[in-house]
Design a protein around this ligand. Structure first.
Ligand code: ADP
Ligand code: ZN
Length: 531
């Protein structure tokens, strides 16, 4: 923290932008947002990652008298944020659980003496009465509520402490508030406004398109080998993030990449705090580091040249996927968002939902989130169109920079294939039996495996009626029927297939099924695809 006279910050927002940051102009809606807040109004800002949200509260904090109070869940990044601001000559400090009493007292003193332009606060600080009393004893320029979607109970980043942030308005009705997020479905948007009591706020919704990111979703075959090929062929030496669902797969994948000569580091919440900090700082400061991480990594990370974000497991929602992939290419240069997805992902995610805590409504919402994600994976049309539509935004034409635009998938009328598959399941159910995809496909393809023989399944009337499609193609059919809920899967650990209400429509011929042919699935009966 460098003390400097407050007069150094005086001026219009544009003067402050040029003098302090050295930027020429505001971008997009920044100027309008800043004018609103400087004028004492509330604002709700929905802007994609990398859009420039920070300036929307930092500039007004410098222009208005007093200290801008920033509520942020990103405790691990506060020191970095404060350091970066100090380097620009902005007087900033933070209060959170990581600092000792002496450091806290020094920040409190600076605030009371009017020596802070920005004060970062962890949300749980506001639960403490002393914090409110402290704030009262100084001058508050504005409140910024960063990562405002954390107030959404149904979102992927819910923080209970965010719920009490409505107290800001109750206690300090005259202090302008700006809430910011990169998550923007209509539902989240509305929930933020309600829960934070932003009744009179102006809403600023930026375009969520990130045209430099090329979206690609591929059928999962041998995911680590597929990943390695992507890194070697398309991103040698590039910095990137690889997301995995579990801590163990993070560690295994990182070790696998290291064994193959890639500068990979692991990151998950189970690692020692110091290891996490070291890996994060290497990722930020060194060139070409690949961070293999759970979704615990990434929020608030500002590294402009992340060239790819790869997912080895299916994200739980489109919102999560969009946020995670949005960490690629903040510098506007061509970048890749790559996701490998297979049948096992669907089974696993459905099982996670079934076993999750929460009532039926909660599970229905999780299921709706997953279904939207599956629809994105299975679409035969432009990914970006589908993604933006999810956020209530339209593209004028297909983007030309996603896998489905670049190599349009072949589609075929899969009604007969679906009927063959479903009627096999009907026949098994009539015998009181249920099986997973492997066995059902063996029956369809007429393979006399030991299991097929011992169960007498070669006598089923559907035995061998599906020999026209390969193993991989059948798995693609199963996945797409699952995504469309025309087929169900038990989440009992075996992934056994079952019928759904929609299955009956297909079996009766009342519903036709358009399927995409996976480019990687192959037409012949070579090596069985592992999904
Ligand atoms: P967000 O918080 O929305 O993800 P940031 O506030 O971190 O985005 O901004 C992303 C990057 O864009 C940062 O490096 C920031 O300095 C830069 N930036 C923001 N606004 C401008 C501007 N008006 N001119 C130039 N660069 C900007
Ligand atoms: Zn496209």
């Amino acid at each position: 923290r460098t003390a400097r006279p407050a007069a150094a910050h005086e001026g219009t927002p544009l003067e402050v932008l040029r003098r302090v940051w050295g930027y020429d102009e505001f971008r997009g809606e920044q100027a309008a947002i800043i004018d609103t807040v400087v004028g004492g109004g509330d604002a709700l800002v929905l802007m994609p990652t990398g859009g420039g949200k920070s300036l929307c509260y930092q500039v007004p904090a410098l222009v208005r008298p007093g200290t801008g109070v920033v509520v942020s869940p990103l405790i691990a990044l506060m020191q970095d944020q404060v350091d970066a601001l100090s380097a620009l000559g902005v007087r900033a400090g933070f209060l959170n659980s990581t600092q000792d009493a002496a450091a806290r007292r020094e920040v409190e003193r600076a605030y009371l003496d009017g020596e802070l332009d920005l004060l970062y606060l962890a949300p749980e600080r506001l639960r403490v009465r002393e914090t409110a009393e402290l704030l009262d004893a100084g001058t508050i320029a504005l409140f910024a509520i960063d990562e405002a979607h954390c107030v959404s109970q149904w979102g992927h980043d819910f923080r209970p402490d965010y719920l009490q942030l409505s107290m800001l308005h109750e206690r300090w009705p005259d202090v302008p508030r700006v809430a910011l997020t990169a998550t923007a479905t209509d539902a989240t948007h509305a929930e933020i406004a309600t829960r934070l009591q932003l009744d009179d706020a102006r809403h600023f919704v930026a375009s969520f398109d990130r045209p430099n990111i090329r979206y690609r979703i591929v059928p999962k075959d041998n995911p680590r080998a597929q990943l390695l090929r992507l890194l070697r062929e398309e991103h040698p030496g590039d910095a990137g993030i690889v997301y995995c669902l579990t801590r163990s797969s993070v560690e295994e994948t990182a070790a696998f990449l290291v064994d193959n000569g890639i500068a990979a580091l692991p990151y998950h919440a189970g690692l020692d705090r110091s290891v996490r900090a070291r890996n994060q700082s290497r990722f930020l400061r060194e060139d070409g580091v690949v961070m293999v991480a759970t979704i615990a990594f990434g929020m608030g990370i500002d590294k402009p040249d992340v060239r790819f974000v790869a997912h080895l497991d299916l994200p739980k929602s489109v919102e999560g996927y969009y946020q995670e992939t949005g960490r690629a290419g903040r510098d506007g240069l061509p970048s890749t968002a790559w996701l490998a997805y297979g049948l096992a992902d669907v089974v696993q995610q459905r099982r996670l939902i079934d076993s999750s805590e929460g009532d039926a409504t909660h599970k229905r919402r999780l299921t709706a989130h997953l279904d939207a994600m599956l629809a994105l994976c299975e679409t035969a049309s432009c990914r970006r169109e589908q993604l933006l539509r999810y956020f209530g935004q339209m593209l004028d034409e297909p983007c030309g920079n996603c896998d489905t635009c670049l190599t349009p998938p072949e589609t075929f009328d899969g009604t007969t294939a679906a009927q063959k598959l479903l009627s096999t399941i009907v026949r098994l159910e009539q015998r009181g039996q249920r099986y997973g995809v492997g066995h059902v496909v063996d029956i369809l393809r007429g393979k006399s495996t030991p299991r097929v023989s011992s169960l007498g399944h070669s006598s089923l009337s559907t035995f061998g009626i599906g020999s026209g499609l390969s193993d991989g193609e059948w798995r693609g059919v199963v996945r797409q029927l699952l995504a469309a809920e025309l087929l169900g899967v038990d989440t009992d650990g075996y992934g056994t297939l079952r019928l759904t209400p929609g299955s009956a429509d297909v079996l009766r011929g009342e519903r036709s099924v358009l399927l995409r042919r996976d480019p990687a699935a192959g037409r012949s009966s070579g090596r069985p695809a592992r999904t």
